[in-house]
Design a protein around this ligand. Structure first.
Ligand code: BGC
Length: 260
């Protein structure tokens, strides 16, 4: 990396948000750029949107991108809230072909978790922290002493015979027209299961709904300390940029044969 900035792109249900980030501070350098998520959000349509983003910033280096799904070795493995054709898509190959640049692809909640631990509500926290994003689904990032365990997908844990994100995601509150208090009761039930399973030292709760945390956090019954996320709309962008900045360029990768 020639300076301390990297481009992060956050693929969400309604928008693809992007920005250049100072990865030491997590601050955006310049304006955020947002394009609507295409419908249907097929891999090809999203790759085209990413090409527009790259063009907008005139970006010429590697970049980071989130996907709201399990991602291993750059391949998308699940599609709970995205177009099913993503399953099995090699997102790194797709975005390399679309942009001619080297992308790093990461789960959206893992990106948000990294942003919180490095520069947000989790700074200086030791022990086990569970970062949850409460949006369309529930995303999870499990961090122990600053180290991320990727793709935990606790939003898909069964709670009382139902999938956790179907009980307490932010979108469920909107759909059911629940008060914050009612929603917090359901979220408490989910947090109780996470508490039993993991015994975390801290929950960091993010997603758009964390903006109103003062209206619901006092209704939670978990005994684990809870703090709202510091990054709201930008957590995914910041974490994606941090992931890209931490990824060695192909020239530095010891697995690559040395140039002759
Ligand atoms: C997906 C996760 C994602 C979360 C938040 C879940 O449905 O399975 O991968 O992190 O939604 O977007």
């Amino acid at each position: 990396m020639s300076d301390n900035t990297a481009l992060g792109i956050d693929f969400g249900g309604s928008a693809i948000k992007s920005g250049v980030v100072d990865v030491r501070t997590g601050e955006l350098v310049g304006e955020r750029f947002t394009v609507p998520t295409p419908t249907p959000a097929t891999p090809a349509a999203v790759a085209e949107a990413v090409r527009l983003v790259i063009g907008h910033f005139g970006w010429t280096r590697g970049f980071g991108m989130t996907v709201p799904a399990v991602v291993t070795d750059g391949v998308v493995r699940t599609a709970a809230n995205i177009d099913p054709t993503w399953i099995g898509t090699d997102a790194v190959a797709l975005l390399t072909a679309a942009t001619g640049l080297a992308p790093t692809v990461v789960n959206d909640a893992d990106a948000a978790g990294l942003a919180e631990i490095r520069c947000g509500a989790g700074v200086g926290r030791r022990g086990l922290t569970l970062v949850l994003t409460l949006g369309t689904g529930i995303g999870s990032a499990l961090v122990h002493d600053g180290h991320l365990v990727p793709n935990t997908e606790f939003g898909h844990l069964q709670v009382d015979g139902r999938i956790a994100e179907h009980i307490a995601a932010g979108s469920v509150k909107d759909r059911r027209n629940w008060s914050y208090e009612t929603w917090a009761t359901h979220l408490s039930r989910v947090l109780a299961e996470y508490e039993k399973l993991l015994r975390p030292d801290l929950f960091i709760l993010g997603g758009g709904i964390s903006r109103d945390a003062d209206q619901w956090s006092h209704h939670l019954t978990t005994t684990v300390p809870v703090v709202p996320a510091s990054f709201q709309n930008t957590a995914g962008i910041v974490g994606a940029a941090m992931t890209a900045a931490a990824t060695p360029s192909p020239a530095d990768d010891p697995r690559e044969p040395a140039p002759v």
